[in-house]
Ligand binder design. Sequence first.
Ligand SMILES: Cc1cc2nc3c(=O)[nH]c(=O)nc-3n(C[C@H](O)[C@H](O)[C@H](O)COP(=O)(O)O)c2cc1C
Length: 161
Amino acid sequence: MELEKVLLSRKSCRAYLDKAVEEEKLERVITSASLAPLGLPKMCTPMLTLVTDKVALEELGGVYGAPALIIVSCPPSPAPGLADQNAACVVEMMSLVATEEGLGNIYLYGAPITLQQKAELKEKMGIPENFTPLAALAVGYSTEDVAVCKEFAPKLELTKF
Ligand SMILES: Cc1cc2nc3c(=O)[nH]c(=O)nc-3n(C[C@H](O)[C@H](O)[C@H](O)COP(=O)(O)O)c2cc1C
């Protein structure tokens, strides 16, 4: 899919089919995370956790029935806000590739915040204590087709100086 079509097709998916995502597709989405720009990469490179366990997904909540969740956790950063920004870059990169793969997906803030409160589950998922889950991408097959649904038009306020 050409880039513009991916951009115009990406939208938050909040209804998923009860169908697992093929390993190769998940692998491609996950690999794309490594292409994201990162601030202070030597100290602040995030780690990913792929969750497909239905009980764990249920416990986290707020994933809209998606069969897979990719959690982005970051180590402490000496620069305020940097870890969140790194996590956001990683999620957005994966979101675009998931869209290109024909997968519904949604950026989630709520599920990783819930995980922050669940030390035992976080440990079971293999996330080290000093890594904080900050963002996540839910992926799966949407109940709707992935199709162009936006237009290339400015919506954000812009000031020029
Ligand atoms: C940083 C961030 C956090 C978000 N967290 C959630 C969330 O926890 N739950 C949710 O339903 N949507 C979440 N969203 C999705 C937004 O609601 C959605 O992107 C926005 O409404 C625009 O819709 P679109 O993605 O279809 O263009 C989040 C999006 C971003 C960028």
